[in-house]
Structure formats: C-alpha cells, structure tokens
Design a protein around this ligand. Sequence first.
Ligand code: IPD
Ligand code: CA
Length: 265
Amino acid sequence: MPSASPLISVMAATAIKAGRALRRDFGEVEALQVSRKGPADFVSNADIKSERLIRKELEKARPGWSFLMEEGGAIEGEAGRPRWIVDPLDGTTNFLHGLPHFAVSIGVEQGGELTAGVIYDPIKDETFWAEKGAGAYLNQRRLRVSARDKLPDALLATGIPFLGSKAKRHDRYLAEMRAAMDNTSGVRRWGAAALDLAYVAAGRVDAYWEAGLSPWDMAAGIVLVKEAGGYVSEIDGSPLRLDSETIFAANDRLFKPVGEMLRGA
Ligand code: IPD
Ligand code: CA
C-alpha cells in the first residue's frame, strides 16, 4: 500500500483476516436461507467470532489500547492510550439475507479525535483506508470525493429507518426523502453505513445521510470522507460527534446545497 503506516498495516491485516472469515461464513448463510431454522443464530455467531478475532489481533499489536465494539461494548485500556472503535460486521441484515454487501470497520480515536480508519469489503475485496493528514485510499489508489456540483446530477446514499431504529424521526425522514426524490438523480439504500461513507470518499455517491447510527458505524468512515476532501456534519449542520443522532456527509461542492435541501424539507 502506498505510504501506509505500521498502524494502517495492522488495521488492514486485521480487517482482512476477519473479513475473509466472514466471507467463508457467508457461503453457509446462503445455504441456510431455505432451512426451517433460518440463519439467524449462525449469523450472530459469525458476528461474535469476527469481533473476538479483531480484538485478539489488535490487542496483540497494540497492548493497552481501549476498545469500543458493537458486541462487547467499552473495554478500558491504559489511560491516555488510543481507542479502537470496531464494527465486526456492518451490514448484518444484508448478511443475514444473503445479500453480498457488508464490511468490517475499524477506527482509531486518539485524544478525542478520529485519526485512522479501515473498512474492508470481503466480497469485493476492497480495502478503504485513511489516516489523518495522509489521505484516503482504496487498495493502492488515492481517493478523492466526486466533483459533481449540481443537485440534479447528485446520487445520494441513505439509511432508511426500520423497525427497531434508534432514531424516532420517521416523518422528518420521509420529508427528506421526498426532497431527494424531487431534486436529485436518485437515492441508494445499500445497508452498510461504513460502506456508504467509504463510497462518498470514493466518489461513488455524492452525499449520504442517515439517523440513529452508533459510533462503530461511523468512526472509520468519517476519517475516510474527510481525508478524501469531503465534509461531515449532523443534518442540521452542527459539528458531528460520535454520539450524534444524525450524520450527513458529502463532497465539498454539494455539502451546502444537499444540506440545505435536507434541512428545508
Ligand atoms: C447497520 C447498518 C445499516 C444502518 C443501520 C446500522 P449493522 O449496522 O450500517 O446500514 O442503516 O442503522 O445499524 O447492524 O449492520 O452493524
Ligand atoms: Ca454497523
């Protein structure tokens, strides 16, 4: 990888190892769709296995760092050391239904700031990575957000709220979706927030918005978008925090018009 630091190498090796295990399990899930019991237990087991593997690898490489993980929650390391923010399987619903779009996401927070992120898609064998000040990459290629600057040309990604969503703003969301339907080239719902953010960084979509995410869905992706020249905030324009209720990411040119479109909805 071009100019990948030792830290990024550790993160990428770990994400790839966990992702390949998930890809093997995904083969089983496809077969289990037709069984009476269904794949639910098998999938939650794959998720837990992935998280254990990631924790073991990262602890070995950087002893004493803290963790915030989707399954295991917060694990305190030594004071003053960085923190890993890990989603061992982002896109669980896709995985459960045999839809080949999911990822492993590993972010690093240091002194209250997100400084590195790796998102690995094991089906497409795509490693998205970024480190503060060093740029964003897909495998070996430098990433840059798209250059599109007109709303009618913009392709957006989103997360549609669902039963059990943390965000209770369905009416607001419907208004935002209506505005996107009226003003843009279209909206995609891929089902893995980490990849939605990676796709903004890669210029595959021009903007993305969602509500009700958790820190592990966003941490690595935030670093990717910023290092690729994009912007992130809450939908109302206030600065994004890891505990924010909403997230909005866009290329530099569409950040203002798409933000205004969502807020005006
Ligand atoms: C989910 C995915 C999905 C988003 C959900 C997340 P999970 O994460 O990122 O795209 O809409 O809000 O919870 O549960 O698959 O790790
Ligand atoms: Ca997730």
